[in-house]
Design a binder for this molecule. Structure first.
Ligand SMILES: *Cc1c(COP(=O)(O)O)cnc(C)c1O
Length: 365
């Protein structure tokens, strides 16, 4: 295989982040401390939520959010099968059951029209995924949640700064969970954050984050050590100052890719619906002639990193089939065969983007 010339992801770490880490290291306060509190406040302010609760990963944020909402054994949580494993895993950790419903064929997010039919006496929550940087149809999802008294937890791991009708992802549901893994739109190395306006959820989440302990050495429930460190928070505070610039660069890169790929009939470029701000965690195209895997290979042979997110619906993962899941959702089944994500991150140059377009055009000619 050829050397990678253009990578699929590349975190932007500059002097500011490095200096901030050194400062924390020298302070002697390297676990959860004042930087974490500052990052929680600043991040919540950024998304427009009242509170932020930092965790050590996006996965633990999802896990803690579910626990904070009282979800556990015997409960059902409606979600999408077209997502990263963490979405389903976090539900399983609590003892609840993920109920998978189909997705919108254009945006690949949870189809609200399928949600209502999946509601049973056991349903406690809906977990839409703000996939690739674009929100699900939160208006429709929140309406269903009100009608049936369900909690909505946004999996916002891929959507920092994304908007729905002018409101940022992170305060569209009852809680939202972000990831700061290095491939995401902003990073803290590993890290996560819950945002919410609900004080009860904040109180519960902080207890579950720290061994089920509200008062030191008193443990009323089984909790975890899911704390963020001040080292990670210091990186996050610097990245937060740059997130809008990073996203603008992603949006600009996506536009250039849209233009460059516009005249290839077999490619469908990303659909952004009216009222949505897409922040392109991934730039994901559909390949309509069954040659998706060949194109992926061709790109790699020419040094262009690319990714298939996600090749297998969660309900078809061995983890789930062993639990007895036996599902086939038509839109999901089609989409997993067609999607391909191209580099769109802020570190790309115009030359990189022109090169990606050239390599794709060669394939179709
Ligand atoms: C990255 C991601 C997560 C998990 O985040 P980590 O920080 O890696 O634990 C959860 N859900 C989705 C959709 C993600 O992309």
């Amino acid at each position: 295989m050829a050397d990678i010339k253009v990578s699929i992801a590349s975190p932007v770490i500059e002097e500011e982040e490095i200096d901030a880490v050194i400062e924390v290291m020298k302070s002697g306060m390297i676990a959860q401390g004042p930087k974490v509190i500052e990052f929680e406040e600043e991040f919540a302010k950024y998304v427009g939520a009242k509170y932020g609760i930092a965790t050590n990963s996006g996965t633990s944020a999802l896990h803690v959010a579910l626990l904070a909402a009282g979800i556990g054994e015997g409960d059902e949580v409606i979600t999408t099968p077209f997502t990263f494993a963490a979405t389903g895993n976090s539900i399983l950790y609590t003892g609840a059951k993920p109920i998978f419903v189909d997705i919108d064929p254009e945006t690949f997010t949870l189809d609200p029209n399928q949600v209502e039919d999946a509601i049973t006496d056991k349903t406690k929550a809906i977990m839409p995924v703000q996939l690739y940087g674009q929100s699900a149809d939160m208006g429709a999802i929140m309406k269903i949640s009100k009608d049936y008294d369900l909690v909505v937890i946004e999996d916002a791991a891929q959507a920092h700064g994304s908007e729905y009708n002018g409101v940022k992802v992170g305060c569209l549901g009852d809680m939202a969970c972000f990831s700061f893994y290095p491939t995401k739109n902003m990073t803290t190395s590993e890290g996560g954050m819950i945002t919410t306006n609900n004080e009860e959820f904040v109180k519960n989440a902080k207890i579950y984050r720290a061994h089920g302990s509200a008062t030191k050495y008193h443990h009323d429930v089984l909790g975890y050590n899911f704390r963020m460190t001040d080292i990670a928070a210091a990186i996050g505070l610097e990245q937060l100052k740059k997130i809008d610039t990073f996203n603008e660069k992603r949006i600009k890169n996506a536009k250039l890719l849209n233009q460059g790929l516009a005249d290839i009939d077999l490619i469908e470029t990303p659909v952004v619906k009216e009222g949505y701000k897409h922040v392109y965690h991934q730039y994901t195209i559909k390949i309509k002639d069954g040659k998706r895997d060949e194109l992926s290979e061709h790109l790699l042979e020419n040094g262009v990193g690319n990714g298939i997110y996600y090749p297998i619906p969660l309900y078809n993962q061995v983890l789930y089939t062993k639990m007895g899941y036996d599902q086939s959702l038509p839109v999901t089944e089609e989409i997993v065969k067609e999607v391909l994500s191209l580099p769109v991150h802020p570190a790309l140059s115009k030359e990189d983007l022109d090169y990606i377009i050239k390599v794709i055009k060669e394939f179709f000619n």
